[in-house]
Design a protein around this ligand. Sequence first.
Ligand SMILES: Cc1ncc(COP(=O)(O)O)c(C=O)c1O
Length: 385
Amino acid sequence: MKPSSRLDRLPPYLFAELERKIAEKQAAGVDVISLGIGDPDTPTPGPVIEALAEAARDPGTHGYPSNRGRPELREAIAGFYDRRFGVSLDPETEILPALGAKECVFNLNLAFLDPGTAALAADPGYPVYTGGPLLTDGDPVVMPLVPELGFAPDLDAIAPADRERARLMYLNYPNNPTGAVVPDGLFERTIEFAREHDVLVVHDASYTETTFDGYVAPSFLETPGAKEVGVEVFSLSKGWNMTGWRTAAIVGNQAAVEAYWRLKTNIDSGMFEAVQLATAAALDAGPPAEMPGIYQRRRDLVCGALAEIGVDVTPPKGTIYVWAPVPEGHTSASYCELVLEESGVVVSPGGSYGANGEGFFRISLTVPDERLAEAVERLRGSLGG
Ligand SMILES: Cc1ncc(COP(=O)(O)O)c(C=O)c1O
């Protein structure tokens, strides 16, 4: 057996050693609390589950779905974008369901990259922005997110040769892992850049519905000219507590949506129609209103405790993560191993989100309040000096 050389292009898996240590701890009877993965602990809203059950009882949903998606779903997405963002989308040509933002981001690489071309990827960032290009024979070119620029990439710093070969650019606000919200003017500057260099902008809007302190996140498509150069990937995973459902959409530029559809008809057979109808119900009802308050409370708990033990942390205005620097003398991996060793708490090494995440760690707020409080107590006790 010989796996493809494509797999060799992937970077080493930073969680490997951590996973081994977690298993070891658990085997030794330690009650490990994982603040590693961003997977909501709160269930999907009841009415969405009811809508799924009702749709699943209709044999009309049992056949192969079409990759275009049911009209009910495309119209619900258009309605949501109109109400929530004031963005008008044509349900026929500017919207397609996706099996999660992950599928969509990965497949966009297949649809747009050739050998020798590149995707510009925010770093630190969701690992598929770089893994996707590597697995589809393109090249990821990382754009460091600059803390002094509010975690915007410095577009002027992109090398001329990389501008020439870039076909895609990945941005994501509110941002995983930094928790940053979109800096003023960035979307406008990105549109100019994309026009000049003929790049498709892919804005990953996975966290627009989870924001704090009264901040309301925009859609990229609200910016004038965005639809000419870009698409948005919108996911229900985080905002509606639906990670397991695999439901998202690509919306925006017609030609890009069409290219994605052409590719996808050769890869998968679409989303179970009952899930499509339940997604439409979820969008009509809007995201569960209590979730931002829950995460904001947890954010305050974590940031307060980190500040107390001397970690310099800025409370994020969005996402379900807290991003903080590791103490001097540690790499992000070595610090996460120490935290696990000393307190039985798992946090994610910043380096697993790209070279520019090195020196940081990420805490996910997706565990019940009591478990989070317990984790915070342990961190205080073991790392408090
Ligand atoms: C920025 C970002 N994009 C996409 C995803 C994946 O979302 P989905 O569950 O819709 O595939 C995640 C999940 O953590 C994410 O953080």
